[in-house]
Write a protein that binds this ligand. Structure first.
Ligand code: ZN
Length: 343
């Protein structure tokens, strides 16, 4: 099956309905428990599958409706992690504090992590589906280590577990497995030294498409404040893209619209599909299809047409639900307009 030009997709997360979890929070509390919670997660997933299809997106995700947070959702299914005794820790180089679980012994998967939502997604759309997992380096940055004592060893241990789940997702019919690595934009040297290697371990043996999402974070205040300190040109990608270009990972997601990333940095990803962020997740203002098509046009100066995939800058989880829906529509309409303009 050939992919449509400017095949559109989201980074991953979408807002949870208010009947499922507290709205507009990064670590929202669930509103239900037990079987009722499981059913409500499935209902919310179905709702967003339909909404993404109706908006006209080409690649559909589960909107991460079944996980409280993009990292901790995975960790809840890992043996060797103590969720009962969370500790406060500065994450992303102390950009903000989070209550994080602790690694207390050798790590093992308790079983499948995302089988239910991946199979639900596969059963309810004919379109290509993408499933997101946290990347090993970002996991290491979102957990307190009391056992391994070495970030690289810990990352490789997580990479093995991620690989087990990724291979199982592929068997469930997932077309694209994406690893989220916002930490790559914080620890650039480590990312190039071992982060990409850990990522490749997580993707080892996959025959489906593989992707990595690297961003400047959700549109929360701590991130807005941090971005204000990064200066006129954000050149973080410059340090890790050359390592990714040499890697086995096929697609790379980056921020573009309203960011200060010099667009020519996309040239460092020669040979890769580039998921270009055309939707700002830090603003409630909904982009117009013209703005989205303009951003695609600018990116076309640096990325071959067939390699350009319009995307959101990051996940939409902490946003207003109605605004998020309109942003999905703008993304798909903008991609369609770009097909007319540049096709
Ligand atoms: Zn992101």
């Amino acid at each position: 099956m050939t992919r449509p030009l400017f095949s559109s997709t989201i980074a991953g997360s979408l807002p949870k309905p208010a009947w499922l979890a507290e709205p507009r929070k990064l670590w929202p509390a669930w509103k239900l428990e037990g079987d009722e919670l499981a059913q409500a997660k499935a209902d919310a997933t179905l709702l967003w599958i339909k909404a993404q299809e109706d908006a006209g997106l080409d690649v559909i995700g589960d909107g991460e409706q079944s996980r409280q947070h993009f990292v901790h959702g995975f960790l809840e299914h890992v043996e060797g992690i103590d969720f009962e005794h969370k500790v406060r820790m500065g994450i992303r180089d102390n950009r903000y504090d989070a209550m994080v679980p602790q690694v207390v012994s050798e790590l093992r998967l308790k079983g499948r992590v995302h089988a239910a939502e991946a199979r639900l997604l596969r059963a309810h759309t004919q379109r290509r589906i993408k499933f997101t997992l946290p990347g090993p380096m970002t996991i290491v940055d979102t957990v307190a280590d009391r056992h391994y004592g070495d970030r690289v060893k810990l990352a490789m241990a997580f990479a093995e577990l991620l690989n087990q789940e990724a291979l199982a997702l592929e068997a469930d019919g997932v077309d694209i497995v994406q690893f989220d690595e916002p930490a790559f934009n914080v620890y650039m040297k480590d990312a190039a030294d071992w982060g990409v290697r850990a990522l490749e371990r997580a993707a080892q043996g996959l025959r489906c498409t593989t992707a990595v999402h690297i961003c400047y974070g959700y549109g929360i205040q701590a991130n807005v404040d941090w971005k204000a300190t990064l200066g006129e040109e954000w050149r973080q990608y410059e340090q890790v893209f050359p390592a990714l270009a040499k890697s086995s990972i096929q697609q790379v997601s980056l921020e573009c619209f309203h960011s200060h990333v010099p667009p020519q940095l996309m040239r460092l990803l020669e040979g890769k599909d580039v998921m270009v962020g055309v939707i700002d997740v830090a603003s409630e203002v909904v982009e117009t299809p013209e703005q989205v098509a303009d951003t695609i046009g600018e990116a076309l100066q640096h990325v071959p047409k067939r390699r350009l995939l319009p995307c959101t800058n990051c996940g939409l989880a902490p946003m207003d639900r109605a605004v998020a829906l309109q942003k999905l529509q703008a993304l798909a309409a903008g991609a369609e307009l770009a097909r007319q303009r540049y096709g």
